[in-house]
Design a protein around this ligand. Structure first.
Ligand code: CA
Length: 228
């Protein structure tokens, strides 16, 4: 499983590149932005588990990025990368909502430890803000990809999961095989629409057949719907 999605805002290409390689090696996925404005835009869009933010940046300074980000997002952990001699940056950074800071030049092991700690602290909150899709007694967490029907956890493959999510986002609506195929498999999928029937059968076997109430219905000659 992916450990987390990290945004690096750092204008020094060499440092950014080394960080990216190390973090990817550790199992994180990484996006790099090289100036403050772009970094803020990316961070404000959300979806990151953590932000590594250099203080000295072109565009907006790292501290300004942090100040603005914290107006809308108090959750995402931010670790500042500061210059060794800049005590005021560290103090201000923590005051305005940085979770931690690491002084340049840093040991990568130390930074990794700080990242793990910041992610751990943020752990329980992340679950609270997970996105849930529900229908009847079916409950899907899009972030953790957990699926439950009633109290029972249901294991789906990635494709089955995507199919279920697509249907849950269009409840009580008849979806044609073509609509499902285009949205779940993509327009460039080469093959026939029978694959939809096959996968509907897979998820029914896991989600419907063991239960009294069927949620996935066949609409003969048209397609499928979640209803009932
Ligand atoms: Ca810099």
């Amino acid at each position: 499983m992916e450990k987390g999605h990290i945004l690096i805002v750092e204008d020094e290409e060499k440092i950014a590149r080394v960080l990216q390689l190390e973090l990817e090696y550790e199992g994180y996925s990484v996006i790099i932005k090289q100036d403050g404005t772009e970094g803020l835009n990316a961070a404000a869009e959300g979806g990151y588990s953590l932000v590594l933010l250099d203080v000295m940046l072109p565009g907006l300074s790292g501290l300004e990025v942090l100040r603005r980000l914290r107006k809308t997002d108090q959750q995402t952990p931010v670790i500042l990368l500061t210059a060794r001699d800049s005590i005021p940056d560290k103090v201000t950074g923590l005051d305005i909502g940085a979770n931690d800071y690491v002084t340049k030049p840093f040991e990568i092991e130390e930074l990794l430890a700080r990242i793990r700690a910041a992610l751990r602290q943020n752990g329980p909150k992340t679950e609270d803000i997970g996105t849930f899709l529900t229908y009847d007694d079916l409950r899907v967490n899009e972030k953790t990809r957990e699926v439950r029907r009633g109290n029972k956890e249901v294991e789906l493959t990635p494709r089955e999961f995507d199919l279920l999510v697509y249907m849950l986002k269009h409840p009580q609506q008849v979806l044609t095989r073509e609509q499902i195929l285009n949205s779940v498999w993509g327009f460039d999928y080469i093959g026939d629409t029978n694959v939809v029937d096959v996968y509907i059968r897979y998820i029914r076997k896991k989600l419907d057949y063991p239960y009294k109430k069927q949620l996935i219905h066949t609409v003969r000659g048209v397609g499928y719907a979640i209803k009932g």
